[in-house]
Design a protein around this ligand. Structure first.
Ligand code: FES
Length: 131
């Protein structure tokens, strides 16, 4: 059912964990299957310098988180915002049709973490102006 790339990321997930002082955190869940994913990002000069995650979900969701963490590290935020779940699925060599929704979780969690980063940055800029 799963190809070798997916199995490899499932068996040896890359970049698992939490970044305690993350610049952005994004959590998403799928109400139907109950799977959940949280991404933690460190950002420097609009570039993602570190990415970690916690995934409570199926094998495909774990492989997706692992692949997404590798795809976004070292990338500019704007590049990441343009990534789609299809890009993730393609990088994994294609997900089985009933598991396509798992690729949404990864990219949605990362985009939510970027939104969180941007909101915090905007707040910091506002308080800097008020001083
Ligand atoms: Fe729902 Fe995998 S079965 S994310």
């Amino acid at each position: 059912m799963y190809n070798e790339i997916i199995l490899d990321h499932f068996r040896k997930p890359r970049n698992v964990g939490v970044i305690e002082d993350a610049d952005g955190v994004g959590e998403v869940g799928n109400a139907v299957c109950g799977d959940m994913m949280t991404f933690y990002l460190k950002v420097k000069d609009d570039c993602i310098v570190d990415a970690r995650y916690q995934t409570f979900g199926c094998g495909a969701a774990i492989a997706v988180s692992s692949m997404v963490s590798e795809m976004i590290k070292g990338k500019k935020i704007q590049e990441v915002m343009e990534m789609t779940h299809k890009d993730v699925s393609n990088m994994l060599g294609g997900l089985p049709p009933q598991k396509e929704h798992c690729s949404n979780l990864g990219i949605d969690a990362v985009k939510k973490a970027i939104e969180d980063y941007r909101a915090k940055k905007a707040c910091n800029n506002t308080s800097a102006v008020q001083k």
